[in-house]
Design a protein around this ligand. Sequence first.
Ligand code: HPA
Length: 270
Amino acid sequence: MWNKVQETVNYLKNKTNYIPEFGVILGSGLGSFTQDMEIEFTIPYAEIPNFPVSTVQGHKGALVFGKIGTKSVVAMQGRFHFYEGYDMKTVTFPVRVMKYLGVNKLIVSNASGGVNPNYKVGDVVLIKDHINFFPDHPLRGTNDERFGPRFVNMSEPYSRSLMKRAKEIALQNEIDLKEGIYLGLQGPTFETLAEYKMVKNVGADCVGMSTVPEVIVARHMELDCLGISVITDMGDEENIDEVNHNEVLEAARKAEPHVRKLIKEFILSF
Ligand code: HPA
């Protein structure tokens, strides 16, 4: 794993002299964030050695290097999901690559189903914590100490200081930013009514099929994380939606201007 990561990092460093400080993972329907970037270099995943290729519709599949103001950013346009069939080490490989490209702050976005009755479709939620219900773990197996320790502290998966900053930015820009706990499930099925109820009962506010593995690997390497989720459907009993992928994409696209603005202003604030 170490050698593969270094090989990919060296390849990318030879292609671009760019040292990104911020990493951004763009979730379903959120890919247009790159329009806010002064793009220096775009490379499709298919051209990057050791990178998997994304298979989901609505996920583009390119690494985009560029600037937001004076800040250097690398954005993942499209991510890899466990349900696509990749193992967890593959799902999280790009996060390792981002770290050794120079990233120290990771902004992760996603679409999720809301189970908190105070949410509605289109809400933007600051992920304050997560619950890992994936059936595999990205750090399972031999630990490579060069990346990080065997036992990773998860008391602050999402950086408190980054959250504080994001909340201030939201307030200044009149973006309604909810807060909540994200629960990660493997998918690809959406939840049954009973499962949405379980998600709520174990203490989560929203549920999705990504983010948790990426944040775990980011914390393994001590990256500070900020998580942002767009509620694309509701799974609470009174309000259950018959959700499908197109609806998820559509709802995410509607919330996209707010998420874009939030991430942009957040990065500019440093
Ligand atoms: N469940 C799981 N993943 C999701 C959902 C959902 O309701 N909406 C968007 N991604």
